[in-house]
Design a protein around this ligand. Structure first.
Ligand SMILES: [Zn+2]
Ligand SMILES: [Zn+2]
Ligand SMILES: [Zn+2]
Length: 387
């Protein structure tokens, strides 16, 4: 029950506020005092008064009567005065006279969870309440004024490098998602280097599938039995799934073990920070091939160290792993940008919750399997469904 800070009002209590002197409306479980707003309503005060004391969910959605922009919801956000009491909770609860003066108790409100205009909790760490929020344009100027982190109107790289951010502040801010101009790519360098900072999803299979196929072909010459090679290939693929979890959790989100200096912070930003900062940027999502080579080389060496007795086995396992990586990066892209069928829908919710809900859990992208094994699952799937 979201009753900790603001009063709970019974339906009958709310219905009393049906005049121009005191006008309440509800949206879901939230109660709003829109008295001050009556005169500024574009459709006139009377239209609002028709709904005084009543629920406005339907009229806000009903585009035929008149469209309501996001501003309508923002106006509501600012005038939240309480919550609708559930029928049972009404008797003898927080319903009291001072709710009628319609003043929001702001000091108290700040301590607790806040709610968006549809009554969903706004998560304090991300400032968001649902996956759709990830695709809502950030007001670039006010974002910079409010948080004094990065100014999205200017190239980001220099700001990170010269910003002198403290690690803790950086981590707090970089995991708070922003959305740049309808999903365009925010400038990173703002010069001729800019195109090099962008990687389209199809680059991944185009660049890496041919060498994988060639590697498998070369190694196949050392196998007498095709099935034997296939099983090493599948083993490599399975190893990838664990690696995907480990890399995302311990390298990409090195977070609290990150060195507190500009090199550490800039590396974090380029590797994964930027994806949490601007999660819906289509060209800063999959791994640029140059970065991939740097990360994959140690694994090539590792495979050949473990399977030192047979180059063909090592290469086959490695190629199976890279296949896993290619599918992972494509899946990651599609989870963000594609409407997907069946269980991928759940996977999409799961991964987007890693962004808008809790970046310290939910590291599995192609499956939540390792999250459940290592105790970092997102408990959200049912929650999100409820909306
Ligand atoms: Zn992180
Ligand atoms: Zn993501
Ligand atoms: Zn992440």
């Amino acid at each position: 029950m979201p009753s900790a800070t603001l009063p709970t009002l019974s339906r009958s209590e709310i219905e009393l506020h049906n005049t121009a002197k005191s006008c309440y409306v509800t949206l879901g479980n939230n109660v709003y005092d829109v008295t001050d707003f009556l005169d500024s309503h574009p459709g006139g005060a009377d239209l609002v008064l028709e709904y005084a004391g009543k629920d406005v969910a339907d009229i806000l959605k009903d585009e035929a009567s008149h469209t309501h922009s996001d501003t309508a919801y923002e106006v509501l956000d600012d005038s939240l005065v309480g919550f609708v009491a559930s029928e049972k909770a009404t008797n003898g609860s927080a319903v009291n006279g001072n709710a009628a003066n319609g003043k929001v108790k702001e000091e108290e409100e700040e301590e607790e969870l806040r709610y968006d205009s549809k009554g969903r909790p706004i998560h304090p760490k991300t400032g968001m309440s649902c996956e759709e929020d990830l695709s809502k344009d950030t007001d670039l100027d006010s974002d910079y004024k409010t948080y004094k982190f990065l100014d999205l109107n200017r190239p980001l790289f220099g700001q990170i490098w010269y910003g002198g951010f403290d690690k803790e502040f950086y981590l707090e801010q970089v995991h708070r998602p922003r959305h740049y101009r309808g999903g365009e790519s925010a400038p990173l360098f703002g010069n001729f280097l800019e195109p090099l900072t962008k990687t389209a999803w199809w680059v991944i299979p185009t660049v890496w599938a041919p060498p994988v196929a060639y590697g498998v072909y070369l190694a196949s010459q050392g196998f007498e039995n095709g099935w034997r090679q296939a099983s090493f290939y599948v083993a490599g693929y399975c190893i990838w799934s664990l690696l995907e979890y480990i890399l995302h959790r311990f390298l990409f989100h090195l977070d609290y073990y990150l060195p507190n200096n500009r090199v550490g912070i800039t590396m974090h930003f380029l590797l994964h920070g930027i994806h949490h900062y601007l999660p819906m940027d289509k060209y800063r999502l999959v791994m640029p091939p140059t970065l991939f080579i740097v990360l994959a080389t140690p694994f090539w060496k590792l495979a050949h160290t473990i399977f030192y007795w047979d180059w063909n086995v090592a290469t086959t396992v490695f190629c199976g792993g890279i296949t896993g990586y290619i599918l992972y990066d494509m899946t990651h892209y599609f989870l963000h940008h594609q409407n997907l069928p069946l269980w991928y829908k759940q996977l999409k919710k799961y991964h987007l919750a890693h962004h808008f809900l809790d970046y310290e859990n939910g590291f599995g992208v192609t499956s939540p399997f390792w999250d459940t094994i290592f105790g970092t699952p997102l408990p959200m799937v049912t929650n999100v469904k409820a909306n």
